[in-house]
Design a protein around this ligand. Structure first.
Ligand code: G3I
Ligand code: 9MR
Ligand code: ZN
Length: 537
């Protein structure tokens, strides 16, 4: 079968002064940019040569139209085929950014979401019962609050810490992107809303710490997942605190130490509480140097977030505690852990080493006493150079390799975007950010499926995410601003197995509510997208 000609664009838009390009499938030649309102051809350009792209299973060419420097709404035409509409303007992502941030409000657990803040996506307070300590059932703890993890209603410490870390970093590195109210009920026109929203999660995280030992319970969930159309307030099963884990405790210590810095100028009492909690957890880590990884207890079958390796979590915690307190003991610990071999530039929920590296680099940039700095900074730039090289060889100009279209591949896409932007900061080279922007274009429709992986944004956007409130609420549209997991060639659910067998990796996605391994949503897929998009707000 000869594939039809099609034209893929970022369906939201292109920043006026950045490189602009579309990807053409099965077409090489001239193309026109047409202004939507007048129907006038504003520019004609030529595509590059056709190349075969195995990851998407198509033949593609690249059509740049950077010379278009007039704001407006446009579409592209080639050989009587048309692209989706898109904007060209100074700041095309402002609304998207607000919506990606507002998504965290929609993930809130334990509070009513009234119409004033939630529009048509209201629901009543949920999961308000105290949590039962699984290993000690007579012990019950208040675990109200926080964000649901994903399309399910579990609350898990490790991914929660990743999500907050991304939002903190976005706020610290791109503060001007956070000047507007989201708005949320706590808006006080003093504290940036993003920090108020993060505090909602942090207050819950604090409840997950066992204050006797400093260890942190791995997660709070029902025994099983509820049905797909169950609204949060109707999910009434008992809530269990799974056992303490080293990975949860390490991430907790790290994010609390980071929080202590971030809130210092807004609420010192809270900042001190966070630091004390971090130190208590650090004590647990010191007292428990060798711990085996977390496994679901027998009766609990919700998300496991299992991870055998806790050295990266300890490395992250040491870096943040060093950055916050300036104390040499944490520096020494960090330097010792830095000698070990584990991924130092990864920002996934299992491999959090990248956060430790970023914390350390930013500390040294500010304080200028470089030691291991040089090595880590060079490593980061080398890693970013690799990402650029891979992106230049990809049909859609992103850095994922064939075997990286895994569960939550869009997180990989955005995490790589984050690393590229950190590399820009460290090196001052703008070529890194232009590659990061290509990753945003992919997320918003410039991909082989011509689909925007953010609900509510783009003309051909995901409509049926695996997200319980969106399935159960009888509102036609899903909650907006949710980043979807994306193509996963592992075909790890029945729906994917049935519909996607034999597809090239980048096509292993289906916009069906049953496909949790391709079409679910999570807080930690939203958060790196907030970070990356903040660069252009
Ligand atoms: O890292 C390996 C890679 O080396 C290998 O080549 C590839 C081949 O399949 O697999 C990669 O591992 C995958 C891993 O995610 C990567 O992070 C596993 O196959 C895959 O099963 C695993 O999926 C995780 C999934 O839970 C199942 O455990 C997702 O990362 C994780 O985001 C997801 O999280 C769930 C929670 O459990 C429950 N709440 C919803 C949430 C999102 O779906
Ligand atoms: O809905 C669940 C989703 O949030 C998880 O990511 C996924 C993997 O752990 O599991 C989903 O639940 C499914 C369960 O694992 C198997 N039966 C069907 C459930 C979806 O309705
Ligand atoms: Zn809830």
């Amino acid at each position: 079968m000869i594939e039809k000609i099609s034209i893929k664009v970022n369906q939201v838009g292109y920043p006026l002064h950045e490189r602009k390009a579309a990807v053409f499938v099965n077409y090489q030649g001239s193309f026109e940019v047409i202004e939507e309102e007048s129907g006038k051809v504003v520019y004609s350009f030529e595509t590059g040569p056709l190349v075969s792209d195995r990851i998407s299973g198509s033949t593609v060419s690249y059509g740049e139209f950077s010379r278009l420097t007039q704001t407006g709404r446009y579409y592209i035409r080639a050989n009587e085929e048309f692209s989706s509409r898109f904007e060209v303007k100074e700041k095309p992502f402002d609304e998207l950014h607000q919506s990606l941030l507002k998504a965290f409000y929609f993930y809130r657990c334990g509070a009513d979401l009234p119409e004033e803040f939630a529009g048509e996506w209201t629901h009543k307070a949920c999961h308000t019962k105290p949590g039962i300590v699984y290993s000690e059932p007579s012990r019950k703890l208040d675990c109200n609050g926080g964000w649901h993890d994903a399309g399910d209603y579990g609350k898990y410490v490790v991914p929660g810490a990743k999500a907050v870390a991304d939002l903190f970093l976005a706020y610290e590195l791109f503060p001007t992107a956070f000047q507007n109210a989201i708005p949320i009920p706590e808006t006080d026109n003093k504290t940036p809303d993003v920090l108020l929203e993060c505090r909602y999660e942090l207050e819950w995280l604090l409840k997950m710490q066992d204050t006797h030992t400093g260890g942190v319970f791995h997660k709070l969930t029902t025994l099983e997942f509820p049905g797909l159309d169950v609204m949060p307030e109707n999910d009434l099963g008992d809530l269990y605190l799974s056992p303490i884990s080293a990975t949860a405790t390490g991430c907790f210590a790290a994010i609390m130490a980071h929080a202590a810095r971030v809130y210092q100028s807004y609420d010192q009492v809270f900042a001190n509480r966070c630091l004390e909690a971090a130190l208590l957890s650090w004590g647990w880590l010191q007292a428990n140097p060798k711990v085996s990884g977390f496994n679901n207890p027998k009766e609990i079958v919700t998300g496991e977030y299992g991870d055998e390796v806790d050295i990266d979590e300890r490395y992250w915690a040491a870096a943040e505690l060093y950055r916050t307190t300036g104390q040499d003991q944490f520096h020494q610990e960090f330097l010792m852990l830095a000698k070990e071999n584990f991924p130092k530039y990864s920002l996934g929920w299992a491999d959090v080493g990248g956060y430790g590296t970023i914390a350390y680099l930013l500390h040294e940039i500010e304080n200028g006493n470089c030691e291991v700095y040089q090595e880590l900074a060079e490593g980061l730039l080398k890693h970013a150079d690799e990402l650029v090289k891979k992106s230049n060889n990809d049909g859609y100009f992103i850095s994922l390799q064939e075997n990286e279209y895994i569960w939550g591949s869009n997180m990989e896409v955005m995490n790589n975007g984050m690393i590229l932007l950190i590399a820009e900061l460290v090196s001052g080279k703008s070529s890194y950010s232009s590659c990061a922007l290509d990753h945003v274009h992919y997320l918003l429709g410039r991909n082989v499926l011509d689909i925007s992986y953010v609900t509510g944004h783009g003309s051909k956007r995901v409509l049926h995410p695996h997200h319980r409130p969106s399935v159960g609420d009888h509102v036609a549209d899903p909650i907006p601003g949710l980043v979807i997991g994306g193509p996963n060639s592992g075909l790890q659910d029945e729906c994917a197995k049935e519909h996607l067998k034999g597809m090239p990796p980048a096509r292993c996605f289906i916009d069906h509510q049953d496909s949790y391994s391709t079409n679910e949503v999570t807080i930690y897929w939203n958060s790196p997208a907030v970070f990356v998009v903040s660069r252009w707000v």
